[in-house]
Design a protein around this ligand. Structure first.
Ligand SMILES: NC(=O)c1ccc[n+]([C@@H]2O[C@H](COP(=O)([O-])OP(=O)(O)OC[C@H]3O[C@@H](n4cnc5c(N)ncnc54)[C@H](O)[C@@H]3O)[C@@H](O)[C@H]2O)c1
Length: 441
């Protein structure tokens, strides 16, 4: 077949399958991002196959058990029973798939260089069973150029042409775990393809299940969009944290300052200080950008500075605990400090990069006895220490100081105030209370 005819044929076949929802959808990586996406497409009427390397997750899902807080097990069980969703560890199913979304982890190495090994390994497996007519969409957060430089050559080497034999896009994931308003289906989805035909196909695919799709010129723009979004947050949180340090030095309540500034109806957006950055995105993604941009001789100075300020917040928190204890005539060494909340943010169970881990280790290093409460995190293991979540009010009553790291809605803050001797509040969780027991960040 001539190339032009082949293009029309491949495009038309896949378009028709997507529009009729007979396209067989594959999601590689069934974590916080991949599983909600799989459920969304299954609910939209597609038959979805999830591929993950962790057998325990795959078995759990096939048995109707969800391991992701935002995805109810009942939804997984229903979709498995309706044969709309199944999970597997076997990549050979790629042979039968029409679309593949890659949602595997992209951590940083200790040196703050991107660790591409999960993407590389998923792409190599997909390449083994690659076939014409496949739409592949990378969703993992990564540096600009990944789709063009890493995925495209792998598939081209097999003798296939993008936009002709297959379709390749990047679409950044914007999931916000625990957000009751914005979930996968109503969060606008940005997409850029390696050719205009790829972008069109990706847009068509997402618009079957998601409310708003935002096409951009190419994969690099789409990759950069995600890094701008997360760098914007990281730097503004860095500014809020620096404000907190300055206000602390001047005896000003930073929370009151931010709330009053936020009454300005234009040109201001509030960001809040805290015990340090957490989660997989904000502390990590900007370093993907600074790593890549250094290769072009451009220093990402805002990112480095905000990284430095944010990275020092756990130390500042521990200094504040020490100062508060000293003001009560107690040294930190030998004192009992109870940490309220260890997840990286409110109402979720995700511990990745949580600043609570640094705070606990720093307190231990200074000789404090540390306990914690978190309704979402029953046990905690770090650096050879094993801890078990304790009831908040009871432990707070026994502790010399309670430090609030995560402001879970489930905590009984009145009960905490009644039982605690001293509270360091790093989240303004005790905003409505006025008491000499409370020391605010
Ligand atoms: N969690 C978030 O809030 C969030 C938000 C936006 C973007 N992201 C990005 O999305 C990507 C995925 O993040 P996540 O939070 O879902 O991670 P996760 O760790 O929750 O899930 C990733 C899954 O991929 C699986 N996996 C690893 N290697 C694999 C391979 N080679 N083949 C198949 N499966 C494999 C893991 O077993 C795991 O189940 C990351 O790049 C992350 O930066 C995450």
């Amino acid at each position: 077949m001539q190339t032009a005819e082949k293009t029309i044929a491949t495009v038309d076949v896949l378009r028709q399958k997507i529009e009729s929802k007979t396209a067989r959808v594959g999601i590689v990586g069934l974590g916080y991002v991949g599983l909600p996406l799989a459920v969304e497409f299954a609910d939209a009427g597609f038959t979805v196959t999830g591929i993950d390397v962790q057998e325990s997750k795959v078995n759990g899902l096939n048995g109707g058990e969800s391991h992701v807080q935002d995805v109810p097990s009942a939804d997984v069980a229903r979709l498995v029973a309706e044969k709309r969703f199944r999970a597997t560890t076997d990549f050979s199913v790629v042979r039968e798939l029409d679309t593949i979304n890659i949602c595997v982890p992209t951590p940083l190495r200790k040196t703050k260089d991107p660790d591409m090994s999960f993407i590389v390994s998923a792409v190599e497996e997909i390449a083994r069973y690659f076939h014409p007519g496949l739409l592949v969409i990378l969703e993992s957060t990564t540096y600009p150029g990944t789709t063009d430089e890493l995925l495209l050559p792998t598939f081209e080497k097999l003798g296939f042409k993008p936009g002709v034999d297959f379709f390749l896009c990047f679409s950044p994931e914007r999931v916000d775990p625990g957000n009751p308003v914005y979930q996968t289906h109503n969060t606008p989805k940005v997409i850029g393809g390696v050719t205009p035909a790829c972008t069109e196909m990706g847009k068509l695919f997402f618009s079957q299940a998601l409310e708003t799709v935002v096409p951009v010129a190419n994969t690099r723009v789409a990759e950069m969009v995600k890094l701008l979004e997360n760098t914007f947050r990281m730097i503004n949180i860095g500014l809020a944290n620096e404000m907190a340090l300055m206000c602390d030095g001047m005896g000003i309540n930073v929370w009151e300052v931010i709330d009053a500034a936020a009454t300005k109806p234009f040109g201001f957006m509030p960001f809040y200080p805290g015990p340090g950055l957490g989660g997989h995105c904000i502390p990590i993604d900007p370093f993907y950008l600074s790593w890549k941009t250094k290769q072009s001789g451009i220093e990402a100075r805002f990112i480095d500075l905000a990284g430095y300020i944010n990275g020092n917040m756990p130390h500042f928190v521990v200094d504040k605990v020490q100062g508060a204890l000293n003001n009560h005539g107690k040294p930190v060494k030998g004192s009992h400090v109870h940490v309220a909340g260890v997840a990286y943010k409110r109402n979720i169970d995700d511990m990745r990069e949580s600043p609570a881990l640094d705070v606990i280790l720093l307190l231990k290093k200074r000789g404090a006895e540390v306990t914690y409460s978190d309704p979402y995190v029953p046990t905690l293991k770090l650096d050879g220490i094993s801890l078990r979540s304790q009831p908040l009010a009871e432990s707070a009553g026994k502790a010399d100081c309670v430090v609030i790291i995560t402001d879970h809605t489930d905590f009984d803050y009145q009960g905490l105030l009644d039982s605690a001797k001293l509270i360091l509040d790093t989240r303004n969780a005790m905003k409505k209370f006025s008491s000499e027991k409370i020391v605010r960040l």
